[in-house]
Structure formats: structure tokens, C-alpha cells
Design a protein around this ligand. Structure first.
Ligand code: G3P
Ligand code: CA
Length: 256
């Protein structure tokens, strides 16, 4: 009888962010061109309440806001959608000119792209209320095609109250102590999304014993990818999903 092999899900972190500017439609298209299972993104609300795909709380690192508006450390939460759409989200990345004029991705456009390609959208909320997200997912009928993750576990509880069928991931870092596991048990999350530096075989086993999935971020090193896969991790988020897929292609005998 053939042994069933299970491999971790491959999730592209902020899109294929080693090949294209993070959290942009170009990065998502680049990830979708690979055989990834899902695409992770971060979103925040603009000043006028529109969920937009962006990681940092301020604009300097990944836009041209400073050179365009001559204002340092401008908060994304203080800019309207119209203002944010004036910025370039790609010229900071890679060879000169390759991604110039990369537009802002709204959460809605990102979901259309990722879910339209039949991949899992792994949506990390950085700011914004649960009602807006739940209403968008419901309107677009995407409730079961996304995973919602957050470091703010109260937000996950809010999501669960609005839609008990959402798949929720409790993000965190540091030692996975019994106390922290008990706190996670009091949330509606059935998946633990933990910093890869704090995970070992025993920690993953304990998560599984609780009946949960163990996901991890952000893993770009081949040896670490192999190790976590051998320990039975359920999903790995990587800036370099092509490497992850190549590593998995070379591994046989993963745990069931
Ligand atoms: O997948 C979770 C991971 O993305 C959390 O860290 O800072 O990259 O959003 P960060
Ligand atoms: Ca993230």
C-alpha cells in the first residue's frame, strides 16, 4: 500500500516579495505564476476607511511619499485612498525602472486577483475593524476562500462573532508556553501562525496535540524549510516561494 505523503502549504509572503515589490499586484502575479498554494498580504485602512494592501504603518520604506510630498514618516492611516493612489509602490524595489508606477493594491483588487486564480488568500489585518472585512468577504462570497490572520487576537474574536465559519490564524512569536497555548485556546483560532525562530519539533507536536494546525513565517533558508517540513509543519510562508517549492520537490518521506 502506498504511503500518503503530506507536504506543507507553500504561502508566498507579501506575494513573491523576493522578485517583485512586496504587497503589490506585481508581487501577487509573480507568486501566482508559481505553484504556490496561497498568497499572504497585509492590509490597513486608509483615512477614509478603505482597506488597502500595505505592511508598514508609515509610507517611507515602500513608496515615493517622501520625495513626492517632502514629509517624513507620514502615516498611511492619515491619507485618503485618493492620496494613496497618487504614490508609486514599486520604484524602491530592484533594478531602476523595473517596477516604476506600480499602483496601490486595494484589498478588494488583491482578493479578486488571488481568489480569481483559485489560490488561498491569506489576509493579515494590520489595522481596521472586523465588520468592514467580514462585510467585504460576504459581499464577494469569499468567506471560505480566505484565511484571516492577526497578531491582535481580539480582532479574531470580532471576526468570529460576525462569521463563525471563517478560518482564523493566531499570529505570535516568542516561546509557545502552556500559558500562551491556553490563551490561544480561548480564541476562535484553530491555527497557530508562529515565528519560525521560536518553533521546534516539540512545539509543533504540542500544537498538533491541541488539535490545531501549525503554520510558520518567514522562512527563506533551504535547510530550515527542510527541517520544519520534516517536523510536520502545516504551512510555510516564504519571501522566496520558488525556493520552497524546489526544496519540497527534493524531499521524500515527509510525515503523514
Ligand atoms: O504571515 C505572518 C507574517 O507575515 C507576520 O509578519 O511583519 O511580515 O507581517 P509580518
Ligand atoms: Ca504579514
Amino acid at each position: 500500500m502506498a504511503t500518503r505523503m503530506r507536504r506543507p502549504l507553500v504561502i508566498a509572503h507579501r506575494g513573491n516579495s523576493s522578485a517583485a515589490p512586496e504587497n503589490t499586484l506585481s508581487a501577487f502575479r509573480s507568486a501566482l505564476a508559481l505553484d504556490v498554494d496561497g498568497v499572504e498580504l497585509d492590509y490597513r485602512h486608509s483615512a477614509d476607511g478603505v482597506p488597502v494592501v500595505f505592511h508598514d504603518s508609515t509610507l517611507d520604506r515602500t513608496t515615493n511619499a517622501l520625495s513626492l510630498w517632502n514629509q517624513q514618516q507620514l502615516a498611511i492611516a492619515d491619507c485618503t485612498l485618493d492620496q494613496l493612489q497618487q504614490l508609486d509602490y514599486g520604484s524602491w524595489f530592484g533594478a531602476a525602472g523595473e517596477f516604476t508606477d506600480e499602483p496601490l493594491a486595494t484589498l478588494e483588487a488583491a482578493l479578486d486577483l488571488i481568489c480569481g486564480a483559485e489560490r488561498l488568500a491569506v489576509v493579515e489585518r494590520k489595522s481596521g475593524d472586523a465588520q468592514t472585512l467580514a462585510a467585504m468577504l460576504s459581499r464577494k462570497r469569499l468567506e471560505h476562500r480566505v484565511v484571516v490572520m492577526a497578531f491582535d487576537w481580539a480582532f479574531l474574536a470580532d471576526c468570529h462573532r460576525l462569521d463563525a465559519t471563517l478560518q482564523l490564524v493566531a499570529l505570535g512569536d516568542g516561546p509557545l508556553t502552556a500559558e500562551r497555548l491556553d490563551t490561544i485556546a480561548s480564541t476562535p483560532a484553530k491555527t497557530v501562525g508562529w515565528d519560525c525562530n521560536a518553533l521546534d519539533a516539540a512545539a509543533i507536536a504540542v500544537v498538533h496535540q491541541r488539535g490545531w494546525q501549525a503554520w510558520t513565517w518567514t522562512v527563506d533558508d533551504s535547510a530550515r524549510m527542510r527541517e520544519l517540513s520534516a517536523w510536520g509543519i502545516d504551512a510555510i510562508t516564504s519571501n522566496d516561494p520558488a525556493r520552497m517549492l524546489a526544496v519540497l520537490a527534493g524531499i521524500s518521506g515527509l510525515p503523514d
